[in-house]
Design a protein around this ligand. Structure first.
Ligand code: GLN
Length: 280
């Protein structure tokens, strides 16, 4: 069968199963099995697909139809135009989180020699995306999970920023040292009672530790805001990803933690997604 035929077959199965993005999923999985980029695959659609790739595609398609997300099947996910390895201890980076990266970048000069801290780094996606854009920046990336941190360090190496990326295995609350220009975090923020309502794909594949924000979803923010107030440099800023309905509550936490000039930034769907504030 030709590459194009295989792709259309998989796409038809994914459409019939009513996956959310059947065409995109088919394109990514088929091109990965062929070891081609998605655009190369479309250019070579009349060529015959090698047998080994055909079997691999069938395997990938079966996994996807059983509810495994594309990123988990391939063990990697694209974020900020870079590919990040994942493991069982890391959240799969979400497109919404690019809003957080963008919010930080648009508030500093590309040549700024800033010192950043990324709390709960997971795959390292936020820290590494920032370091890839800020040639003089350095980042301390913290995670509770040693295995997440291994993944983040490997990703930093993969993207050539490992000399400016310092992984630390620690609790959110552990003192980082002082003098940070930015504290950045996409912490767990789902209310515990809502965890059960997450889609099966999320519940079965993303670690609860990276999602569950406690009874009111704000546990991690309380710790991070208090810690940020202590470790930020005098003109330092904090940037936090938030749930779509948490802007007001997290703003109150920031203000009572001594932060000022709180800005609320929306994601591409128009939901409140990021708060930025300055140390008062
Ligand atoms: N946005 C993620 C989700 O809805 C949650 C990420 C988080 O808790 N930090 O699955």
């Amino acid at each position: 069968m030709t590459i194009g035929g295989l792709y259309r077959n998989v796409r038809a199965k994914f459409r019939a199963a009513e996956l959310e993005t059947p065409d995109l999923d088919a394109r990514i999985l088929v091109s990965a099995a062929l070891d081609l980029s998605t655009s190369q695959m479309l250019l070579r659609e009349d060529e015959l697909a090698p047998d080994a790739a055909r079997l691999q595609i069938e395997h990938y398609a079966a996994q996807r139809l059983m509810g495994m997300p594309v990123g988990r099947i391939l063990g990697e996910r694209e974020f900020w135009g870079l590919s990040f390895a994942l493991n069982a201890s890391t959240l799969e980076p979400r497109p919404d989180t690019e809003t957080l990266v963008d919010a930080v970048l648009s508030r500093m000069k590309p040549e700024a020699a800033v010192v950043l801290a990324d709390i709960g780094t997971g795959t390292g996606a936020i820290a590494i995306a920032l370091l890839s854009e800020l040639a003089q920046a350095r980042c301390v990336a913290i995670d509770l999970s040693e295995s997440a941190l291994d993944c983040a360090c490997a990703n930093a190496k993969r993207h050539g920023v490992d000399e400016r990326f310092f992984g630390v295995c620690a609790d959110h609350a552990t003192a980082l040292g002082v003098g940070f220009d930015w504290i950045i975090s996409n912490p767990p923020y789902i209310r515990t009672e809502v965890m059960e309502q997450l889609s099966c794909e999320v519940r079965e594949n993303d670690p609860a530790l990276a999602l569950d924000g406690g009874e009111d979803g704000l546990d991690a923010y309380r710790v991070i805001v208090a810690q940020a107030a202590a470790v930020l440099a005098p003109m330092g800023r904090i940037a936090l990803e938030i749930g779509f309905d948490q802007a007001e509550e997290v703003q109150i936490l920031l203000c009572s933690g001594g932060f000022r000039d709180v800005e609320i930034i929306q994601d591409l769907s128009g939901n409140d997604r990021v708060l930025v504030a300055a140390k008062g």
